[in-house]
Design a protein around this ligand. Sequence first.
Ligand code: XLS
Ligand code: NI
Ligand code: NI
Length: 479
Amino acid sequence: MMKAGKILLLLLCLHVFSYAVISAQPQTCPAENAGECGDSDGWEGEFFPGIPTIKYEGPSSKNHLAFKYYNAEEEILGKKMKDWFRFSVAFWHTFRGTGGDPFGAQTKFWPWEDGTNSLNMAKRRMRANFEFLNKLGTDWWCFHDRDIAPDGKTLEEANANLDEVVALASKLQKENNKKVLWGTAQLFMHPRYMHGAATSSELGVYAYAAAQVKKAMEVTHYLGGENYVFWGGREGYQSLLNTDMERELNHLARFLEAAVAYKKKIGFNGTLLIEPKPQEPTKHQYDWDAATTANFLRKYGLIGDFKLNIECNHATLSGHSCHHDLETARINGLLGNIDANTGDPQVGWDTDQFLTDIGEATMIMLSVIKNGGLAPGGFNFDAKLRRESTDVEDLFIAHIIGMDTMARGLRNAAKLIEDGSLAELVRKRYQSFDGELGAQVEAGKADFETLEKKVREMGEPKVPSAKQELAEMIFQSAL
Ligand code: XLS
Ligand code: NI
Ligand code: NI
């Protein structure tokens, strides 16, 4: 029997392993042999035959290939639904997810895949991506450099591969009127990044990561991307006994400073986003949660140059609700984007499922509405089909329920805001601070002597009920 610790370790690897499987199997085809290893880019006809353009049919529809709640052009609280959300498809899950896990091989065999990682396969996949976006009716997509183009034996070769695929993506974007929500560099799969990238103990790796981010920022800019994401990948540690945490964090800050400088140099006006996550793949990731990341940015004077990309499943892994991390980001002026997904309440790793809980979606939208929306950020479906979902149409169904769930969240949150009773409950709860003394406290003008004097005058305070169940009752009435 396996020891519990061993099982846990295996399970923790699950999420990352699903990336690893992409490169481990099917075996890669060297870029220069593209034509020989696999079929050419010569895919004829549609990638998703039989899947129509997904339309809004309303809540009574029984059509699983239609929206029941997401109605792109409908206005809610003065803004079109599509502008509240700016829904984006994550290339890595939708087009590179294989269904592999630490216990088993690939389960998804999409008809357009030829089992290689050739340049031609990359181009074919990119064409499939744009057909998918069109049929789903979303305007945005997100990518890592290495999802969309094969790596190379040298940096030059990898960059040349990327340029070729990006040229096609740019053409397809123009033809289909689509945009990049954010781009990023994959700094976690290649073995050189085993100790981290910007926090690696090896200078050559730090330099390689910088070169990779430089190129990824350039192509994101070239594709008109509105944001650029830094997810910590392997920036963290497995043991403090062999780790100089202070030095690693200093290096990370220097790396991010250099990214800010390069962004200005190339005239990229997109928002730089940091995506917190507490563990996985390292046992302790440095960008643990929104609060930890905000503190890091403040310490190093980077707070004005970055916002946060809050991923719901990462928030729950760190022991918070998604709503908590969104509110922490929002009240610090840092809420920039949401990686819309959810975890499983019974498992402790990043399952990256499509979010289907209407209550959770409503709480998320309460934050987003208070934030005035997310633009230039949006909702990126950093979410994957479960291993056992293997039909092409499942890719559509998963995004449709993800979009419909968020749309229900928006409609419910709008109801709560228009009704006003929840806001009134909160207002009343703090009304003791609305008087003269409260104003003094909030202005920082009430010293301890003044407060002590008030206690002598007022005596024992009357402490009212928090009305928690009433708050829950009001919340639920909107669902
Ligand atoms: C992994 C992250 C990753 C980022 C982009 O857990 O969610 O997918 O969003 O690197
Ligand atoms: Ni994730
Ligand atoms: Ni993410």
